[in-house]
Design a protein around this ligand. Sequence first.
Ligand code: ASP
Ligand code: MG
Length: 409
Amino acid sequence: MSLIVQKYGGSSVADPEKIKAVARRVVETFRQRHRVIVVVSAMGKTTDSLVALASQITPNPEPREMDMLLATGEQVSIALLAMALQSLGVPARSFTGAQVGIFTDDAHTKARIRKIESDRVAQALDSGHVVVVAGFQGVTLGEEITTLGRGGSDLTGVALAAALKADVCEIYTDVDGVYTADPNIVPDARKLARVSYDEMLEMASLGAKVLQSRSVEFAKKYGVPVHVRSTFKPDPGTLVTREDRGMEEAMVTGLTHDRGQAKVSILRVPDRPGIAAQVFGALAEQNVVVDMIVQNISRDGYTDISFTLARGDRAKAVAVLEEVARRIGALGVTHDDRVAKVSIVGVGMRSHSGVAARMFSTLAKEGINIQMISTSEIAVSCVIEDKYTELAVRALHEAFELAKERPAD
Ligand code: ASP
Ligand code: MG
């Protein structure tokens, strides 16, 4: 008898009819004599509404109270799903994060899982129940309720799968897998049967919003196979798994794009030790997460520094930097919100040469100027003008022959 963890996202449990449909799907698995743990997110956009509600009370809610509030969303959906399962004649029990022993540190709103004491889940499974667990939440050793960061139900699913040595963690969502590119932009984008943990991590951090990054890191660390698939269709989705040899045959596995970026530059910065530390230290103090950084060659003792960041943080970053610029004697700060990042990802880059060059020449052929470049072992990203995003993605998909069938692996 295998143990399967199924995680259903907010859009899959958005209303009572959908919750009943999820229950039917769970029952199907249960009737095939599997043991099943179901992790659910809050219904629909509940978490967003709760965040908005808090902001109507105060712009700076205490993180502890934020967690107290946000954790309620998932508590609603687990109770309703357990009821739906029971009314189909299946014994089911719902549990909060605290009840199933998901212990975290005390970093409210972005807590990290420290350990899982899964005896209670194991007991409920042994007594023939479907176990329904609230995603996204945990508890500190001091019994404070915590949440695991937005999208954290994925992490709950993967962590429970690791703790209980489940055969697979199935992530049910409104897309039916991981694609070679966004199918809304590239009509012949292809669903990938398998991707490696590292590729998925790159894609998640580069803007493909299929899985929360931390859940992929966790899955990689503990070797949990993750199956991303559709709530509404029966077909298999994409298996996120250990790298195997077949995966290296393709030059590139997929491409992602991120249109939520902005670029900020500090002009004529004195070129001496400690300046970059002051600039990025000031941003870090304000919790601004910086993405790509480029520093030009210095001329006459001065240089320019540019970087990208999430567009939502741009105003805050510019305010911080204007102050820093005055202090260090830089000329000023400029910004540009009309930028996007397009990236190619694939473990095959390690063994193929000329991958980056092909990306650059493809963009050049379309007349698209590259503003910034960054690379990792298995990804190359370019910052371009936002209005060329779709053109760039389509051209790259074509250039790397991603629509063609990959060799069987
Ligand atoms: N409900 C939480 C959120 O919207 C957790 C999740 O959906 O995974 O971020
Ligand atoms: Mg959600």
